[in-house]
Write a protein that binds this ligand. Structure first.
Ligand SMILES: NC(=O)c1ccc[n+]([C@@H]2O[C@H](COP(=O)([O-])OP(=O)(O)OC[C@H]3O[C@@H](n4cnc5c(N)ncnc54)[C@H](O)[C@@H]3O)[C@@H](O)[C@H]2O)c1
Length: 447
């Protein structure tokens, strides 16, 4: 099928490249000129394992192209995927301004029956609002009256808006997109559902569970999933805090809980809280949705409160060990909100580094992929080329992201290079490792 993808970020670029490699003709559109220019030269705007190869294969096969011209791409397409951002607004609601902009452009541009698919995470009712925007544009263009006769006779619309939430995880986005856990089709329009089944035929044949539901249910299904993951993280973090007080080890408890099939092992890693562009935003947006319709969540505000205090824990601990931080050289390992990604949106590391810079500390960080993104936000932060270079002569080491390469380094070697052998491990990288006697070590959930 001919596909237009609007928004070429983590969701749009990976989905577009995957669709192209499944035999669809895909145009990925963005308003960011540098992003599109870079992609035309083979430069990836985000870091994801396997993405450069997937994009290159799609381009080489002539099935994937990049463009700044949304109108032309939409006019050509049979199906348009909206993958633009929905950041958290100041009022705690998801800002759907970019989604509505895409809906307007869609209404201004379609020339034949076309489906608009919201892959972005949106609050309940967004598809309905998109539909109203598109109808208005089509009325302005007198297009509703000029729909193909056969569709008009059947009473079919000229367009449909489908909710199709995306469940990929950053860090494993390519793998997740190729092997989705489920395919959610939020629509009650038979023609649109058939188009969705056609574009997703290879997934359906491969046995990916498909659930057709109302648009409101599909919109809610995504936010509910992310809010539940946030709940799991805050739950294990509270258990970790208790472990510290009673002399238990949270890893052992998480391992035991995870073996219970009703619970499962994922999202039970105690640490310094969740971050990123999705889980915090989707949890807040769900609370706001409830509030708007007169339902006040009780669990989710507590989940948020636990996360907020958990995010402060590393800084608080460091202050206990090091009451005077001005002039101290402090190394930070990991800036990304989790391993496998270069994304620093709402990453716990940012606030910690900001606090320590404000205290007058000299901060030197290492992250294998996220240094460029962090540099844009924290101009005073210095960077090292390797983790060991970062700890050279350091007065303390803070671990904010559990990149696997950190666990491979020897604690003896790290300690040898540091002036003051203080390690505050926010992710439990060395929780279960024997530690040299001269190292002062603290981690979450280890009493
Ligand atoms: N990142 C994830 O792991 C993930 C997973 C599932 C769902 N989601 C959801 O998917 C959506 C997109 O997330 P993302 O992380 O890919 O965002 P992103 O910020 O990485 O990418 C969004 C892109 O859209 C572009 N854009 C904005 N307005 C545009 C317009 N009018 N026309 C063309 N391009 C436009 C931006 O320039 C940007 O490149 C969000 O709603 C997010 O919550 C994200």
């Amino acid at each position: 099928m001919k596909i237009a993808i609007i928004g070429t970020g983590y969701v749009g670029l990976v989905s577009g490249a995957d669709f192209a490699n499944r035999g669809h003709q895909v145009t990925c559109v963005d308003i960011n000129e540098a992003r599109i220019e870079g992609l035309k030269q083979g430069v990836m705007p985000i870091s994801e394992v396997g993405l450069p190869e997937l994009v290159a294969a799609g381009v080489k096969a002539g099935m994937l192209e990049f463009s700044l011209d949304a109108r032309a791409a939409i006019a050509e397409a049979e199906i348009v995927f909206c993958c633009v951002g929905t950041p958290l607004a100041d009022d705690g609601r998801a800002d759907c301004g970019m989604i509505y902009e895409v809906a307007r452009t869609f209404g201004e541009s379609i020339t034949k029956p076309t489906v608009l698919v919201n892959k972005s995470t949106v609050p309940v009712g967004t598809a309905m609002k998109c539909e109203e925007i598109i109808k208005k544009e089509l009325q302005n263009r007198k297009m509703l009256d000029s729909r193909p006769r056969v569709l008009a006779l059947r009473g079919d619309p000229f367009f449909a808006v489908v909710s199709n939430p995306e469940f990929l995880s950053q860090g494993t986005a390519v793998r997740d997109t190729a092997n989705p856990s489920r395919l959610i089709i939020g629509s009650d329009d038979a023609w649109a559902i058939a188009q969705m089944e056609l574009v997703n035929a290879s997934f359906i044949t491969a046995g990916v569970p498909k659930i057709v539901m109302s648009r409101a249910s599909a919109e809610l299904a995504k936010c509910a999933a992310n809010a539940f993951l946030a709940t799991k993280i805050s739950f294990i973090n509270e258990i970790a805090n208790l472990c510290e007080l009673v002399g238990a080890n949270v890893d052992d408890i998480a391992a035991s809980m995870g073996l219970d099939k009703r619970i499962g092992p994922a999202f039970l890693n105690a640490g310094i809280g969740y971050g990123g562009g999705c889980i915090p935003k989707d949890t807040a947006a769900l609370i706001a949705t409830g509030h708007d319709v007169g339902y006040e969540f009780k669990i989710l505000p507590a989940v948020q409160a636990v996360n907020e205090s958990q995010r402060r824990i590393l800084y608080t601990k460091l202050c206990e060990f090091m009451p005077e931080r001005a002039g101290k050289r402090i190394a930070v390992w990991g800036l990304a909100f989790k391993p496998g990604t270069d994304d620093v949106r709402s990453a716990p590391s940012l606030q910690i580094v900001q606090n320590l810079l404000a205290d007058g500390a000299e901060m030197i960080a290492y992250d294998p992929t996220a240094q460029k993104n962090a540099a844009g936000l924290l101009p005073q932060l210095k960077f090292a080329k390797t983790p060991l270079e970062a700890v050279q002569e350091a007065d303390a080491l803070l671990i904010c992201t559990e990149w696997p390469e950190f666990a491979e380094l020897s604690l003896e070697k790290i300690a040898e290079m540091m002036s003051n052998k203080l390690i505050i491990d926010g992710r439990g990288v060395y929780r279960n490792v024997e530690r040299p006697n001269n190292v002062k070590y603290w981690t979450v959930g280890c009493g």
